[in-house]
Design a protein around this ligand. Structure first.
Ligand code: UDX
Length: 447
């Protein structure tokens, strides 16, 4: 199969590289000449484990190439994927589809034969219809087929997710387009990944429903964590206790500082806007978003409380800044809200992130950036584990405690065992790990 991938950002690049690794002939197109030049020189524009090797081996094999020339990329293609950005539109939270529609128009102008056009970008329900209308209007004499094929890639694990998916969703009722998509994903049959053929609008909704549901699991367990703290329960055991029920499932039940990243915050908002437009309120998703927004800010206040209620003149060390490990992505990271609250409270902030320092500087401005976790802890009044990078999972707690001015550990990812941290000399604050035997406000009143 000959595939053109329009947009060489995160999704386009990972998908294009994986398709070429399946043996397809792939051209990745992007308007950004410096990005294409970097890719041609073997430099990745994003940090994603394994991507550089995957790209270089397929470029070497002659199956993967890069260009700014959309017309050349699209020439002879059996399928053209649209994987351009769909950022939240400023002000109203709607997904901005201008890049998607511009790509559709350019594809129609450039195509030398009818082909299958596939939207990989996350797009609101009904976008496929609009893409089809643009294609037909621009080149009425071609028989166009438009497919929705959403991605479910996690940053940091994207190649594994692409090659070993739980399912592939293909939204089209066009039989020929279904055959093309079957052929494109054929190498995955070996992994027994089911392909789910649905209507196009259904496929578009599946993507939003999946992300909103996962976000809801996180907000749910985060609110339970707050309650666990109050009642003297441990949310980690609550997660395990409910997650072993197959109907619930154990994944996405880790309590933490709130979800961030390029997908959940943006996609939940876009889904809410769509629901509003159609007059069908999604109250649960609404509550999920609200709980998450409040949570990220509350984590800053949690640190201030751990400092004894005041941050002025205190030094706080942050371990990890990206929204999760194995990425350099700072988009909607809880660290942004935590730093804002701590700054407002007058704290001095030191920080370190294994891969995200450059992006963090761009997003957070001046902080006392350090080169390793021990430097961050030195002289601090609280050390906050914000992102659970592996490099932070086996720190020498005693060494940390001894180097701090006040040995307080705020573990926002529940990485450490509270008893071990206390034994090492740290005052430990986790998330949702209440003190056993806590009294309820009601009991106190009765007493
Ligand atoms: C997500 C989806 O998983 C993926 O399928 C979709 O295509 C894009 O969005 P990603 O944003 O890369 O992927 O990260 P993910 O691993 O899902 O984590 C999202 C956020 O949730 C992170 O901030 C993470 O820290 C948080 N999270 C995740 C929790 O707080 N608790 C959990 O149990 C799981």
């Amino acid at each position: 199969m000959k595939i053109a991938m329009i947009g060489s950002g995160y999704v386009g690049l990972v998908s294009g590289a994986c398709f070429s690794d399946f043996g397809h002939d792939v051209v990745c197109v992007d308007k950004d000449a410096s990005k294409i030049a970097a890719l041609e020189a073997g430099r990745m524009p994003i940090f994603e484990p394994g991507l550089d090797q995957l790209v270089s081996s397929n470029v070497k094999a002659g199956r993967l190439s890069f260009t700014t020339d959309l017309q050349a990329g699209v020439a002879g293609a059996d399928a053209v994927f649209i994987a351009v950005g769909t950022p939240s539109r400023r002000g109203d939270g709607h997904a901005d589809l201008s890049y998607v529609f511009a790509a559709a128009k350019e594809i129609a102008q450039a195509a030398d034969k009818p082909c299958v056009v596939v939207t990989k970008s996350t797009v609101p329900v009904g976008t496929g219809d609009k893409v089809e209308a643009i294609l037909k209007e621009t080149r009425p004499n071609f028989a166009w087929a438009v497919v929705s094929n959403p991605e479910f890639l996690r940053e940091g694990a994207a190649i594994g997710d692409f090659k070993r998916p739980d399912r592939i969703v293909v939204g089209t009722e066009d039989a020929k387009a279904q055959d093309v998509m079957r052929e494109i994903y054929r190498p995955l049959y070996l992994n027994a990944a089911p392909i789910l053929f649905t209507g196009r609008r259904t496929a578009e909704l599946i993507k939003y429903a999946a992300n909103a549901f996962l976000a809801t699991k996180i907000s749910f367990i985060n609110e339970l964590a707050d309650l666990a703290e109050q009642v003297g329960a441990d949310v980690k055991d609550v997660s395990r206790g409910i997650g072993l029920d197959n109907r619930i499932g154990s994944k996405f039940l880790h309590a933490g500082p709130g979800y961030g990243g390029s997908c959940f915050p943006k996609d939940t908002l876009a889904l809410l806007r769509t629901a509003e437009e159609y007059g069908t309120p999604l109250r649960i998703v609404h509550a999920t978003v609200e709980a998450n927004d409040l949570r990220k800010e509350a984590m800053g206040h949690k640190v201030v409380a751990a400092l004894g209620g005041t941050a002025r003149g205190k030094r706080v060390g942050l371990l990890g800044l990206t929204f999760k490990p194995n990425t350099d992505d700072m988009r909607d990271a809880p660290a942004l809200d935590i730093v804002r609250v701590l700054r407002e409270a007058g704290a001095e902030i030191a920080a370190y992130d294994p891969e995200g320092m450059e992006q963090a500087r761009a997003a957070l401005g001046e902080l006392d950036y350090r080169h390793n976790p021990y430097d961050v802890a030195a002289g601090a009044d609280a050390l906050v584990l914000v992102t659970e990078w592996d490099a932070f999972r086996a720190l020498d707690l005693k060494r940390l405690a001894e180097s701090m001015r006040t040995p307080v550990l705020v573990d926002l990812r529940n990485v450490y065992n509270p008893a071990e941290a206390e034994k090492a000399g740290l005052t430990y604050h986790g998330v949702g790990r209440g003190v056993a035997g806590a009294e309820s406000p009601l009991e106190q009143k009765v007493a």
